[in-house]
Design a protein around this ligand. Structure first.
Ligand code: AMP
Ligand code: ZN
Ligand code: ZN
Length: 416
């Protein structure tokens, strides 16, 4: 062996190790923002169940004790308020079912790809417009184009796609070559919401679903670790609303006070009009001012557990003053109550949401973990409309106009 060969070989090995260490799997040059949407992730889930993977995020990052939803505390308005940072009055999504009197069209959740429903710029569009790559493994509004743009990678909502497949899809996007790999990824799970609706708050089924979600978050963590992305990932796990138990004893029957044939010949309610519609926890009515006023006079103040509001007198925090879609009346039962019609018997669900966002039961959870988040911090309050600005900040994007509050966001971040 020629003198010096061994030391040259050693140097070569060191160089290869350094090269691999810097360029191959460490992805420091391209951070990731991972947004995990957990439907029905009520504010106290972490306190009620033993969820080690979620707890690890809380311990090493930020837990917000109460995430306040927008009105109504339903899935579509809240996931879309998270995505846009806008109140329903500014993004057009005023309910899981929304009525547009100009188009004379009722949008329902199955209209997920109708871009006329979804207004405002969602985060995946901000990402794409600023030359980064967005991938969405479901999120409300992702199937609709905005200014002709969609996420680079996306899947139309399909509840039959298993949660394991959702995680696998995210991992395969993250395993793409760096130039094609997304900067922003969303993933959505409805299992917890479904279990709580079906079996109630505090049920064994809810506990099992919470553990399932925890396991899925654990799989995402492990996947990021295997791809060596953990150190450069900011992870947000967020709920859209809480949940409360219902009872057949807590129903306000509208036909005890008004003639529903007359009412619904004059007024339209996306939640209550029609033979089979009823059992609503939040109902909006549209129609001519005289008919609305007549209905209001007959129903307002008649039942101690039903609040009725008319247009022009909505509290500020309603944020329903959309230029076209603002309802003429809002019926809001007290937490745990429903409005219905005697012809629509109550067959469940055992629990639901849609009540005032100020109710504690309706508040959701928020966890943030990663290099940009503070470590081991608990803050009292965040609003769902703050999250768009936060995500923009995590990705160093210029946010579109939004309704978020920067000082509430600041409290979550690591101080430089
Ligand atoms: P909610 O009635 O408010 O409890 O809505 C929860 C349901 O919304 C879930 O069980 C899903 O079936 C549905 N959902 C969630 N995301 C979407 C979406 N992007 N498109 C259509 N439906 C969705
Ligand atoms: Zn929901
Ligand atoms: Zn639900």
């Amino acid at each position: 062996m020629a003198p010096g060969t061994l030391s040259r070989q050693f140097v070569n090995i060191v160089l290869v190790v350094l090269f691999v260490g810097i360029y191959s799997p460490a992805h420091a040059e391209k951070p990731l923002t991972l947004l995990v949407g957990v439907d029905g992730f009520r504010w106290d889930i972490l306190d009620r169940y033993d969820l080690p993977n979620l707890e690890r995020l809380a311990q090493g990052g930020v837990r917000v004790k109460h995430l306040q939803p927008v009105m109504p505390s339903k899935t579509f308005p809240n996931f879309y308020a998270i995505a846009t940072g806008l109140y329903p009055e500014n993004n057009g999504v005023l309910g899981n079912a929304g009525y547009d009197p100009v188009l004379d069209k009722t949008f329902r959740m199955s209209d997920q790809d109708d871009h006329r429903w979804f207004e405002g710029e969602p985060i995946w569009i901000t990402v794409e417009k600023q030359n980064k790559i967005a991938a969405t493994m479901f999120w409300v509004g992702t199937a609709a184009t905005y200014e002709g743009i969609r996420p680079s990678y996306w899947r139309p909502f399909d509840g039959s796609v298993t949660n394991a497949e959702r995680v696998a899809q995210v991992m395969s996007w993250l395993d793409l070559p760096v130039a094609e790999r997304p900067d922003f990824v969303s993933i959505y799970f409805e299992a917890l919401d479904s279990a709580s609706h079906g079996f109630g708050v505090g049920s064994d089924e809810e506990a099992a679903a919470a553990r399932e979600i925890d396991g899925l978050v654990g799989s995402l963590w492990q996947g990021l670790d295997q791809l060596d992305l953990l150190a450069v990932s900011n992870i947000v796990v967020v709920g859209d609303h809480g949940m409360t138990n219902l009872s057949a004893e807590r129903i306000v029957y509208l036909d005890d006070y008004v003639d529903l044939n007359e009412t619904f010949s004059e007024l339209y309610s996306p939640q209550l009009s029609g033979e089979r519609q009823g059992n609503a926890v939040y109902a909006t009515l549209y129609g001519e001012p005289d008919s609305l006023e007549r209905f209001y006079q007959r129903i307002q103040g008649k039942h101690e557990h039903l609040a009725v509001f008319k247009q022009g007198e909505y509290p500020d925090w309603f944020h329903l003053s959309h230029p076209v879609r603002e309802p003429g009346l809002v019926l809001m039962p007290a937490n745990g109550w429903m409005v219905s019609k005697r012809s629509v018997p109550y067959h469940g669900p055992r629990a639901t949401h849609g009540f005032s966002p100020l109710e504690r039961d309706m508040q959701a959870s928020f966890l943030g973990y990663g290099p940009v988040f503070a470590e081991g911090v608990e803050t009292p309050l965040l609003h769902v409309v703050d999250i768009y600005g936060l995500l923009s900040r995590l990705m160093q994007l210029v946010p579109a106009n939004n309704d978020g509050n920067t000082s509430r966001i600041q409290a979550l971040l690591r101080q430089e």
